[in-house]
Structures are given as C-alpha cells and as structure tokens.
Ligand binder design. Structure first.
Ligand code: ATP
Ligand code: MG
Length: 209
C-alpha cells in the first residue's frame, strides 16, 4: 500500500532488488544514516524483533500488555519509536485504507472496551478474537505506517496471553509482494471487512507455532 510518504518508493512493497535500493522520502525519519528501502527494512526488522522478544518469549502478563488505549499506541511507539518521529502517534492525514483521522481515537477506545469484555475467553474462541482484533486494528489504521506489523503483533500478544500459540507469518514479515501467502492474507483481511473472519482465523491457525 502507499503510505503517502514516499516519492518513488513503495512503502511496504520492498520485494525487488530495485525497490530495495530505491531511496525514499523519509519525513520523520530519525536515523539519518538510513538511505535506502533495504536499510530501512533492516532497522525496522531489528527494532520489531526486540519488541517481539519482549512480548512473546514468555506469556505476556496483563500488566505488561493491558490492551488499553495507551498501550495500543505505546506498542507502536515501542516498535518504531527509535526510527520514526510519528511512531505511536495517531495519523492526521486521510488514507485510502482506514477511518478518518478524527475518529481514530474513538475507534481505538472501542477496541480497548471490546478487549475488556473478552479477556475471559479460552480455547478456540481466542483465535476468533485475535483475528477480529487484528482486522479491527488494520481497519482503523491508526498510524502513518506500520499498521500491519503492529496489528499482527497485537494479535500474537493476545493469543499468547490467552494460552494459544502465536502466528509465525511466512516470508519477510509479510512485507514481500512475492510472499506465497500475501494474496491470501489481503483476501482474508478483505473478507473480514464483510464480517467473514473465517479466512483470517484459518491463516492464524495454519501458521501457529
Ligand atoms: N485493501 C485492503 N483492505 C484492508 N486492509 C488492507 C488492505 N490492504 C492492506 N491492508 C492492511 O494494511 C496493512 C498495510 O498497512 P501499513 O503499510 O501501514 O502496514 P505495514 O506494517 O507497513 O505493512 P505490511 O502489513 O505490508 O507489513 C496490511 O498488512 C493489511 O493488513
Ligand atoms: Mg507499510
């Protein structure tokens, strides 16, 4: 998708050698040494790995992952805050995906409220709830970029917090256009737009670790 930041670059679509080496317009980029899409992918991947380890090496307690409004934003800041100045901040521009900026905060509040109602769930229901939260999070699309990676980590924290295995998404963090499951993943997200969560639940289960 196009985050609206790049000129020639295609954020999130860095699969080819050409794209990897394409410089990009890094408004808000804190690391001035990063010049190419490939270098950006690498620093983002390393930063996200650290956060993934923090939350997923063992069962994440409700204390470290409370799924409240502040934590939802804070998780994105933890993932991208060393790289982007806008990390953890609600976007102020319209996107071709996502709700209007002026209702993002309210929609995140809805997710937090829904979480409260569903914390007691166990077993198979946990997968359904993880898929719903995953979809809801990308549907809201709160941030300038990184919404997919944030939503996938969110779902994994939920799964592990409720005693289910995390989902290990194939390929390079699902950012590779040639990922064998990228089309299925986007189709599953679109199906969930029509409240058909089956395909997204199936993908979570299929790639359970
Ligand atoms: N047509 C679509 N309808 C709904 N959601 C979509 C659509 N296309 C993409 N998405 C969601 O938006 C995410 C991409 O948003 P964004 O670029 O902010 O996240 P990212 O973490 O940078 O990308 P990626 O998910 O590719 O790693 C996708 O992962 C997917 O979940
Ligand atoms: Mg992106």
């Amino acid at each position: 998708m196009n985050s609206g930041r790049g000129k020639g670059a295609k954020p999130g679509l860095g699969s080819s050698e050409k794209d990897d080496d394409t410089p990009f317009d890094g408004s808000g980029l804190k690391l001035k040494t990063v010049k190419t899409r490939r270098e950006l992918n690498e620093v983002e991947f390393a930063a996200i790995l650290r956060v993934t380890e923090k939350y997923l090496l063992s069962k994440p307690s409700p204390k470290i992952a409370p799924f409240n409004f502040d934590w939802l934003l804070g998780l994105h800041r933890e993932m991208f805050g060393s790289i982007w100045s806008w990390a953890g901040e609600i976007r102020s521009t319209e996107k071709n995906i996502g709700v209007s900026p002026n209702i993002i905060a309210a929609e995140l509040g809805v997710i937090a409220m829904e979480v409260d109602k569903r914390h007691h769930e166990t077993g198979d229901l946990v997968f359904a709830t993880a898929a719903e939260f995953h979809h809801r999070a990308v549907w809201v699309h709160p941030f300038e970029d990184g919404n997919g990676r944030w939503a996938r980590l969110l779902a994994n924290v939920w799964l592990m917090q409720h005693d289910q295995p995390a989902t290990l998404w194939p390929a390079t963090d699902l950012r590779d256009t040639e990922s064998p499951i990228r089309d299925d993943y986007i189709a599953a997200i679109k199906a969930a737009d029509s409240r058909n969560y089956g395909p997204l639940i199936d993908l979570h289960k299929k790639f359970s670790v």
